[in-house]
Design a protein around this ligand. Sequence first.
Ligand SMILES: Cc1cc2nc3c(=O)[nH]c(=O)nc-3n(C[C@H](O)[C@H](O)[C@H](O)COP(=O)(O)O)c2cc1C
Length: 153
Amino acid sequence: MADIKVFVGSVFGGASEVAEQVISALQTDGHQAQLCSPPTLAKFQQAEAILIITSTTGQGDIPENLENFYLQLQAQFPLISDIPFGVIAIGDSGYSDTFCQGGALMYALLEELQGKAIQAMLQIDACETLEPEIIAVAWAKQWAQLLYSKPGV
Ligand SMILES: Cc1cc2nc3c(=O)[nH]c(=O)nc-3n(C[C@H](O)[C@H](O)[C@H](O)COP(=O)(O)O)c2cc1C
């Protein structure tokens, strides 16, 4: 079972709650899922698999508690060649131009760092569901199953 490092971006706590439920479900499935808060480069580079769970704020921005880490990754550019990753993006479709852009920015950067996307990014519309954790847990369990079996998307 994989050592999964989870990185969270959240302003009001919604994405953090989703992350807690996802981590708990992955642990139940036997994975060593761990929340990396605050996020560090060392944890990022140690990971066997990386899971990003982030909302979007401002005008398509990454929440502050993840944004500095994003900027650090951009500046230092630590390659994570072939390390599998996944992104769960939580947003509000009312922001039609920047829906889930925080997650999309993270996804694009992890691809640039040569990580291996094994499942397309999950977008959760906070307008459409009161229980984002249910959607996120189902997606994450499937993502974790693919860690050893799929070449990438
Ligand atoms: C000031 C503000 C700006 C936001 N901007 C965006 C945005 O650009 N795109 C988007 O998809 N959602 C946007 N949202 C919606 C949030 O991402 C959404 O409400 C999310 O569930 C908040 O998660 P959190 O509790 O983890 O912060 C914005 C919300 C606020 C309050």
